[in-house]
Design a protein around this ligand. Structure first.
Ligand code: SF4
Ligand code: FES
Length: 332
């Protein structure tokens, strides 16, 4: 029964949570946190219409709802399936989900090159994390891979289509954040590719955000490419006075040099506030910025190497996640 406070009860991996009716299962799982949160490669809560493309977020619904307790026969994408009152969901407690995520990971990697050693996204790549946790040690397929020549889309963005997993987040950013878009997905199925129409450059004020939402290294910042491995840089939160955006960003520093500027991200690697191209590409001089302090980096990330900061305050949204990760590491 729907509670008086209008919330519904959902149980995920045996943990019950009360959530707003009609939200996707993934958002309910995020309220629980930890390992019960399915991985996402295409869903992005800040972008309307995202999700439903990659299938990494599959979950098992073992009880549909209080009214109709039948289990759902197939695994469902948690980013596109809404919660029902009394629903019971399995993520890490389901062997079927584990097998499915392994299969999806293998498919995502079929055409993806093993070029992490030279890719700027290494260390912050969600596909790298997925492959590490769910991937096979070696490929089981031998056939020619799809290959493309890397393309410059505009003066600041490099498209390396070999790495693209066609999640469409960049297209949604262009649709929803910029006043017009010049790129999209061309063709279908195995021939589908991200393309700038007739190689038109992306020059809109907010187009640089496609780099931040790309889960892999398919879209990278040309002003920062190959300047440093991300774990050799120190991220700091900084603000600047900007008329186009909030001016809240992360500066990735090497000594006194700003190697790159990105938007700030939350614990699910989603941008908190999108930033404009001027802040991202043109403000590489420290005098533009007021430094707030070190950016919080999870202990689990390779970027946290040599990175020191004060313990998080208990009301920081990253606090609980970090505690869970620390406990997990200790238990092994
Ligand atoms: S370029 Fe990146 S963001 Fe765009 S569809 Fe490909 S993987 Fe997704
Ligand atoms: S995150 Fe749900 S299908 Fe991609």
């Amino acid at each position: 029964m729907i509670e008086e406070n209008n919330k519904v009860k959902v149980t995920i991996d045996g943990i019950m949570v009360e959530v707003e009716p009609g939200i996707p299962i993934i958002e309910a799982a995020r309220q629980i946190g930890g390992e019960s949160v399915p991985p996402t490669m295409c869903y992005y809560s800040k972008l309307k219409g995202s999700g439903g493309r990659c299938r990494t977020c599959l979950v098992e619904v073992s009880k549909g709802s209080e009214k109709d307790p039948r289990p759902m026969p197939k695994l469902v994408p948690s980013c596109r399936t809404n919660v029902m009152d009394g629903m019971e969901v399995k993520v890490i407690t389901s062997e079927r989900v584990k097998k499915a995520v392994e299969g999806v990971t293998e498919f995502l990697l079929i055409n993806h090159p093993l070029d992490c050693p030279i890719c700027d996204q290494a260390g912050e790549c969600k596909l790298q994390d997925l492959a590490y946790e769910h991937g096979l040690e070696r490929t089981r397929s031998e056939f020619p891979r799809r290959t493309f020549i890397a393309d410059d889309i505009g003066p600041n963005i490099k498209l390396n289509m070999n790495r693209c997993i066609l999640c469409a987040r960049c297209v949604l950013v262009a649709n929803q954040l910029t006043d017009h878009r010049d790129h999209g997905i061309l063709f279908r199925g195995d021939h589908a590719e991200i393309s700038t129409y007739l190689n038109k450059a992306i020059t809109n004020d907010f187009s640089g955000n496609v780099i931040d939402v790309c889960p892999v290294g398919a879209l990278t910042d040309r002003t920062a490419r190959f300047k440093s491995r991300v774990w050799f840089t120190k991220p700091v939160n900084a603000t600047c006075k900007c008329e186009k955006c909030s001016g809240k960003a992360v500066l990735w520093m090497k000594g006194n040099e700003i190697i790159r500027v990105t938007a700030r991200k939350d614990q699910y690697n989603e941008v908190e506030e999108f930033i404009c191209n001027e802040c991202r590409f043109d403000r590489k001089d420290i005098n533009f910025w007021t430094i707030e302090g070190p950016t919080h980096i999870s202990d689990h990330s390779v970027i946290s190497l040599n990175h020191y900061e004060l313990p998080l305050p208990k009301d920081d949204p990253h606090y609980l996640i970090d505690k869970k990760e620390q406990i997990k590491t200790k238990i092994g």
